[in-house]
Design a protein around this ligand. Structure first.
Ligand SMILES: Cc1ncc(COP(=O)(O)OP(=O)(O)O)c(N)n1
Ligand SMILES: Cc1nc(C(=O)O)sc1CCOP(=O)(O)O
Ligand SMILES: [Mg+2]
Length: 384
């Protein structure tokens, strides 16, 4: 499948490197720099972080003169900029929103949208029916809107030349090794929440969730800032439970949301594509819904009874995990899944056999005699 990425409208740290990676390792043949409202200076400083030998693989949606000046390979015509500058001899692409426009000339390739419901703009639905698409599109037309690899087969069958991706291209890849153990904080008498985090990090855990029910905002901010510092020191991922509003303030990597928390689509709208959003599930229907709403991973539980969470859903047991994971396979759901709820090191071999990608644990670590040692033991069980 031919793939083109379109940048998110906002800039983010490390974006030049991320663009370079898509072009050199991600299988994308072009990246479109679309930053409505950005100044020439901002766009210049973005491309400065991309090797010059990749400039021909970029297309600009704005600042066409800069594109000519520095040897960018393409320009993209749109409602803001709809004229090809004199002397331009690179590629020309454009956006199409109706079948009739396909017949227009004057472009090398075009994006037709919206084809599927958008993942970066919740509420944007597909506008075309399959029959019309099949009879009108051709190899110069790229499908745009809601495209993920799961749609590639359909896109090819409809006769598109390839896929253009905005939302999916920038979704953060989870570090699957770090993802194998997520530590979830829980207040205990013996130590502070940040001491818990220090211990699990020194035991090798690289994924921490700040979950402190009933804590007020200033406590969460204080703990969150310290956890951010600790996670930076150990190169660990830091997410927060429930509090979408604190993610940016704490520069957390993401948030975990349950079925009664902020809807995933709203959280995605507020946090953008680069933050991780985890979702709680108790059955395959929950998982399917969370996948459709753009969750990055699933916390599936509870495995067994636990006092760490009130109002627990019915326990799944090992059979429950087997059934749900096998059903996920049948339905082609590829989201990473962590098991949660009352899990101990001894449960891990059987749990990993069910196909889960990792485990999320609180009590059996912090209530153990030696949390550092227990963390190490859990990680070694997972990696066996
Ligand atoms: C990894 C992970 N899985 C599940 C949960 C539970 O989230 P939720 O259902 O929102 O319940 P609370 O944690 O908010 O009580 C989780 N936090 N983490
Ligand atoms: C936070 C949480 N959520 C669960 C769910 O089933 O959704 S179980 C749970 C508690 C996890 O802590 P422990 O390892 O101490 O049981
Ligand atoms: Mg919650």
């Amino acid at each position: 499948m031919r793939k083109i990425a379109i940048t998110l409208p906002e800039f983010f740290d490390g974006e030049g490197e991320a663009i370079t990676k898509l072009l050199t390792e991600g299988g994308y043949e072009r990246v479109h720099i679309r930053k409505p409202g950005a100044s020439v200076k901002e766009v210049k400083s973005l491309v400065k972080n991309i090797p010059e030998n990749l400039y021909t693989l970029l297309s600009f949606h704005d600042h066409f003169n800069l594109a000519m000046e520095i040897g960018i390979g393409g320009i993209h015509l749109n409602s803001r900029n709809n004229t090809i500058p004199t002397g331009w001899n690179g590629l020309v692409s454009r956006s199409l929103h109706s079948m009739e426009e396909i017949a227009d000339q004057g472009y090398d390739y075009a994006f037709l949208s919206p084809i599927f419901p958008s993942i970066s703009k919740p509420g944007y639905k597909g506008n075309f029916n399959s029959e019309d698409l099949r009879s009108s599109v051709n190899e110069r037309i790229f499908a745009l809107g809601g495209v993920t690899p799961r749609r590639f087969g359909e896109i090819e069958q409809l006769g598109f030349g390839g896929a253009a991706m905005l939302g999916y291209a920038w979704k953060r890849n989870l570090d699957m090794k770090a993802f194998q153990l997520q530590f979830i904080t829980h207040p205990v008498r013996e130590m502070s929440i940040t001491e818990e985090v220090e211990k699990v990090l020194s035991g090798g855990c690289r994924w921490v969730q700040l979950r402190h029910k009933d804590a007020d905002e200033s406590t969460l901010l204080e703990e969150g800032r310290e956890i951010r510092r600790l996670c930076d020191r150990y190169g660990a991922v830091f997410i927060i439970d429930d509090h979408v509003d604190l993610v940016k303030e704490l520069n957390a990597d993401g948030v975990h949301l349950g079925k009664n928390d902020m809807p995933l689509a709203e959280a995605r709208r507020r946090l953008g594509m680069r933050r991780i959003i985890g979702a709680t599930a108790n059955c395959v229907v929950d998982i399917e819904r969370a996948a459709a709403e753009g969750a990055d991973y699933i916390g599936l539980g509870p495995y067994r009874f636990t006092t760490t969470k009130e109002k627990l859903s019915p326990v799944l047991g090992i059979e429950g995990y087997r059934d749900i994971l096998s059903e996920c396979g049948c339905r082609n759901i590829e989201l990473p899944i962590v098991a949660i709820g009352g899990i101990t090191a001894q449960d891990i071999p059987a749990l990993m056999q069910t196909g889960v990608n990792g485990v999320a644990i609180s009590g059996s670590i912090i209530k153990s005699v030696n949390p550092v040692w227990t963390t190490m033991e859990i990680i070694s069980e997972i990696r066996k």
